[in-house]
Every structure is written in C-alpha cells, then in structure tokens.
Design a protein around this ligand. Sequence first.
Ligand SMILES: [Zn+2]
Length: 104
Amino acid sequence: MNSTKLRLASAAATVAAVVCGVLVAAGLDPYGVPFALTVVCGLSATYTASELLMRLVERLGTVTYACRVEDCTFKAELKAGSAVDHRRWQEAAAAHPAHVLRRP
Ligand SMILES: [Zn+2]
C-alpha cells in the first residue's frame, strides 16, 4: 500500500473512531447518564476505536519477509521503504547466515 492510500486509510480510521465515540455518547444519553460521564465514555470509545483501527491500518501497510527454513524465526517487517530496501530485506530473508531456530 502506498503512502497516499495509507494517509487516506488513516484519515478514514480517525473519522470512524470519532463516529464510534459519538455513537456511544449518544447511546448513553437516553439513560440520564451525567454529561461528564457521557463525555468520558465517548472519548474512551473514540480512543479505543482509534487504537484498534490505526493498528489495522499499520498492519495493512506493513510487508513481512520471513525465512522459509522450517522453525527459523528470522523475519523483517517493513512499514515504509524504497524498492531497494524491500529487495534487500527480501534477499536477507531468503539467505541469511545464521538461522535462529525455535527451541522446543
Ligand atoms: Zn532462517
């Protein structure tokens, strides 16, 4: 995913988080919840939704290169970078000198 799409996805995630917070606050209104508590719940819902959605957006923009040797734990995650960076880590994952094997 290129940086423009990532920015758009981040903006959409922010808007969705704010909408989520407003919906939670509006859902509490008919129950006579004090205004301050309603605001706190709305902000909390906004923050939680924002964290979740931003992690999802970050995951969408991350490319993982992992070693294909069985039980080797080597992997590289690139969140940004040029084509040269991606190629370099792709080659490193394919042929790195020391395989880090999982212990039983
Ligand atoms: Zn390996």
